[in-house]
Design a protein around this ligand. Structure first.
Ligand SMILES: NC(=O)c1ccc[n+]([C@@H]2O[C@H](COP(=O)([O-])OP(=O)(O)OC[C@H]3O[C@@H](n4cnc5c(N)ncnc54)[C@H](O)[C@@H]3O)[C@@H](O)[C@H]2O)c1
Length: 431
């Protein structure tokens, strides 16, 4: 396969050109001939012009690449090594929503030929590739997996907004449905992933490895959030505690925070779903999720109590919330816990002004029904810095005081100010 790809007798297809699929497709297209397929035609039109609709890559990433951007499934027939990188979200009940993944399996299945490879990159629960996707591939192609075509799994580990750890620079786990396919898949990825590859023992092992990477992070942050709630009651600053504890060589460096986005706060639900299907009821993972999901409510309640203590009526109060994206320096607002925080405050009739230098006001209105202010005003009763965007890093205490009234409350959730201000008339709090 590798030789034929190198000689451009065969092509790679990437299905789903989002945060994961597009950088991967372009990395492969520097060496091989690639078909980039996505069902979203407006996105395809932008990519044809060298624009990344997810705003992660600049135009230079499209240079010197051999890639056809298409929304026509039939074009997948030209390819022999298909990589599926579509979203794997959860529904309103926190259950896996496999619709995009099964839809992509149908698109590939309809065009599959003998000798083809299909590699799944989307984050799933162990067993999903073989139990949910392969039957669709077999049914639509009339071919048999293992005999006529091969399947593999290679999870993605990119980190949105991170310009340093780009796809080629992150060690990649790969797995095939048998030893031979594992080797072939490994060789193809190794041709572009400079950081190297790791051959997992099976597809299920690779699926499980990915889902626990993010679950582990979720749990570590949940522990920090639980500590933040405890220490808040004790009147101790959590950051100062973590700094002191962090002087021990084996203390793990995690921090409290709002866990949003489409990976860390989502992937544990995939593992929970599969566990529950097997009659298990994981306690630690469930608790971690609940703690992290409860944080917006905790912060909102704390702020409203503070407003009342200061003699301010919440319904007459004006609060500025800075940042709504799920993390710093990205435009992605999916599963933003800041939106939950804003809605909680609005439940208390607080007048919230929302601002973010990266988020699109249209997307925020569409996704959450929240409007953003064009300009930051003055005379706020409180300011919440919810996301540590680069643009905010040079704002100092004088700035925050200048936009607040005489009884200022600053909730610096991510510890934007390096020093804890000790001013008497300022109520400063960080997670
Ligand atoms: N974003 C990350 O940082 C990241 C990191 C590691 C793993 N992952 C995982 O990778 C997968 C993809 O995530 P993403 O962030 O790139 O998603 P995304 O939402 O950015 O992009 C997905 C793309 O797939 C397209 N799509 C949806 N259904 C399709 C279909 N049936 N056929 C073809 N295209 C389809 C969408 O139009 C979109 O362009 C998910 O499983 C995610 O959990 C994401």
């Amino acid at each position: 396969m590798l030789k034929e790809l190198e000689q451009k007798q065969k092509k790679i297809s990437v299905i789903g050109l989002g945060y994961v699929g597009l950088p991967l497709a372009l990395a492969f297209a520097k060496k091989f001939s690639v078909i980039g397929f996505d069902i979203n035609e407006p996105r395809i039109e932008l990519m044809k012009k060298g624009i990344d609709p997810s705003k992660e890559l600049d135009a230079s990433a499209f240079e010197d690449t051999d890639i056809l951007f298409t929304a026509t499934p039939k074009d997948l027939q030209q390819a022999h090594f298909h990589i599926v990188a579509v979203p794997t979200p959860i529904d309103e009940h926190n259950n896996p929503n496999l619709r995009p993944l099964l839809g992509a399996s149908r698109s590939v299945g309809g065009q599959l030929k003998k000798g083809d490879y299909v590699i799944f990159e989307s984050t799933v629960y162990p067993g999903c590739t073989e139990e949910d996707c392969v039957p669709i591939l077999e049914e639509l192609s009339g071919l048999k997996m293992g005999q006529d075509f091969k399947v593999g799994y290679s999870p993605e580990r990119i980190n949105p907004g991170d310009k340093e750890h780009t796809v080629e620079k992150i060690l990649k786990v790969v797995a095939g449905c048998d030893e031979e396919s594992g080797n072939v898949i490994n060789d193809v990825y190794a041709a572009v992933i400079t950081a190297g590859t790791y051959k997992a023992a099976s597809i299920k092992v690779a699926e499980a490895a990915k889902v626990i990477e993010n679950t582990q992070r979720d749990l570590n942050i949940a522990f920090m959030n639980e500590l933040a709630v405890i220490f808040d009651q004790m009147g101790i600053d959590t950051q100062e505690v973590l700094e002191a504890a962090g002087t021990k060589w084996n203390f793990l460096k995690f921090y409290p925070g709002l866990v949003g986005g489409h990976c860390i706060g989502v992937d544990p639900y995939y593992l929970l779903h599969k566990s529950k299907k097997l009659g298990l009821n994981p306690q630690v993972i469930t608790s971690g999720r609940r703690i992290n999901d409860d944080m917006p409510g905790f912060i909102a309640k704390k702020l409203v109590q503070k407003l009342i203590k200061k003699g301010k009526n919440p319904s007459d109060s004006k609060v500025l919330v800075m940042g709504i994206t799920f993390k710093e320096d990205v435009a992605d607002i999916r599963n933003s816990k800041v939106a939950d925080l804003v809605k909680e405050l609005m439940q208390f009739s607080v007048n919230v002004h929302l601002t973010d230098p990266h988020a699109s006001p249209n997307e925020v209105a569409h996704e959450y029904g929240l409007s953003m202010v064009d300009q930051v005003s003055t005379n706020y009763d409180a300011v919440i810095v919810a996301v540590k965007h680069e643009e905010y890093k040079n704002l100092d205490l004088a700035y925050f005081k200048s936009v607040m009234n005489g009884a200022p409350i600053l909730y610096d959730l991510k510890g934007l100010l390096s020093e804890m201000p000790k001013e008497e008339n300022l109520d400063y709090w960080r997670l």
